[in-house]
Design a protein. Sequence first.
Length: 258
Amino acid sequence: MRQELLSLPKTLAEDVAKNLVMVAKLLDEEPERAYQYSRIALRLASRVAAVREAAGFASYAVAKYSEALAEFRAARRMTGNNDLWPVMADCERGMGRPERALAMAGEPEVQKLDRAGQVEMRLVAAGARRDMGQADAAVVTLQSQELASNSIQPWTARLRYAYADALLAVDREDEAREWFAKALEADQGGTTDASDRLAELDGVEFVDALDADEVAEEAEVSEEVAEVAEETAEAAEVAEVEEEVEETATSAEDRDRS
């Protein structure tokens, strides 16, 4: 990316680079802000492939799939690289066109991908099958040499997780549990919620600590409100008694005058 930016005037390259850095920093936690930074970079340097790619991923993160697909296509035209093919297919899924995503899985471009790219394409194809209501076909799609391998690769946890989820969708719960466990074993970076899915299958329920605090706070507030209401009721009762006493005294004075 740095090499590509060298084609720009120095000051402009620095401005673009700053915005791309913010896209990278915010993409996972604050995708909407990342998207805004990507649009600035795009306005500054739309003819730089790395900028188009970054804008594509930022759009993808906020589910603007049509925009993302347009940016990925532009980046691919500029570089001639097929690495973005799987995410382009997933954009088709996001736009409600799983048939198109599945067709892309059978295109010659897939054979030009490295192993990681081919695994990603397989994941997208399985997702497209499920979108089309073909749950059993999704299971078959994920069965591969990479899935059977005991070697732990960057994609292993996600592949095993997807397979477990596909098995669960066709009511093969015991097998699904086994593969969620295998996904957890490979998930060294915590990229999946395999542990939560396992606990769910085992009937274990977790309460978020923040939720628990909120419940406790609400209970405390409710108690305070109840106390205030009780004090208000007591005050009203006292006032009512005082009023009755005052009325009685007034009546007595009136009788004395009479």
